[in-house]
Write a protein of this length. Structure first.
Length: 305
């Protein structure tokens, strides 16, 4: 029996090596040298975007800086993963090592400056103006991105983690000319924000089955049920945020929705991390998200918190 198990283990290892070797692990990086024009309004908008979009993974609350954190939701069998240092550190920070165009290309396609595929931050539908604002903030003198020559850990994938990463290496095309909807189009703006803030990432069925190009086609879109890890490893289940009156947020008022997003206080319960508090979003942006959510088909999916 032991001999059989040994042979099976060898077979699995050989198969894994073949899979890894056969998968493309490097892709053409951008050759663009376009630079972002920095202005104060762009920096301020970029600050809101970076805190709202990147902060959940990259903002370290102990250091009050974007030095990264361990990503607890990665199963141990896949390895240990740490988010990157986004400060100006030349030894550990990402921005000094990337051009403006490379940062934007990474967010749009998942392709890093060295050609690696990094699937965590995909925002293919983000407007050029918001991408520019993010770059402008990362280049700014804000204390949260001031150089911090440290690292919270080194990412290490196991054999199984490498198999998964390489088998799912499907970079997206860079979609040019995307524009951010105006505040006069609340439903369109709300959809844009739900997409690019990443609301549907956690509130759909699984991270593995997300459709980044067409979010509404993601299985279980906004109906919740996805299990995450919160503070101190606590298990957290994402809520159903479709307008279903029995199992979703169909009975919320706009004011209750605003309080849930900005203060983490939902009717009859307190929201827990990793759900962030979007304190920096304007009331018009939250109103737009509310307007869009009302248009989503109600899905009956009772989630146990």
């Amino acid at each position: 029996m032991k001999k059989y198990a040994y042979i099976v283990a060898i077979g699995i290892t050989i198969a894994a090596i073949i899979i890894i070797a056969g998968c493309k692990t490097r892709f053409p990086a951008t050759k663009s040298e376009a630079r972002v024009t920095v202005s104060l309004p762009e920096v301020e908008r970029g600050r809101v975007l970076v805190y709202s979009i990147c902060g959940g993974c990259h903002y370290n609350r102990q250091a009050n800086k974007f030095i990264g954190n361990r990503i607890e939701d990665v199963p141990g069998i896949a390895g240990t993963v740490y988010s990157a240092n986004l400060t100006h550190s030349r030894s550990h920070g990402i921005p000094p090592k990337y051009s403006d165009a490379q940062i934007k290309y990474l967010l749009k396609t998942g392709i890093a400056s060295d050609g690696r595929y990094i699937p965590y931050m995909l925002r293919p539908n983000m407007a050029e103006s918001d991408l520019d604002a993010i770059v402008a903030y990362l280049r700014s003198d804000d204390p949260a991105v001031a150089a911090a020559d440290t690292t919270v850990g080194i990412t290490h994938y196991t054999l199984f983690g490498k198999i998964y990463m390489n088998s799912s290496a499907k970079p997206l095309e860079y979609i040019h000319g995307v524009k951010r909807p105006s505040e006069d189009e609340p439903v369109a703006l709300g959809r844009y924000l739900v997409d690019n803030l990443g609301c549907f990432h956690c509130h759909s069925k699984s991270l593995k089955s997300l459709n980044y190009l067409h979010p509404e086609q993601s299985p279980g879109y906004m109906a919740g049920g996805f299990k995450l890890k919160g503070e101190n490893g606590a298990k957290v289940t994402a809520s159903n945020i479709t307008p279903d009156k029995q199992t979703g947020i169909g009975n919320y008022t706009k004011e209750q929705f605003l309080r849930a997003l900005t203060e983490g206080e939902a009717p009859q319960r307190k929201l827990r991390p990793p759900m962030p508090q979007f304190k920096m979003l304007s009331h018009k942006e939250i109103d737009a998200i509310w307007a869009y959510v009302q248009t989503i088909p109600a899905v009956e999916n009772r989630v146990q918190h």
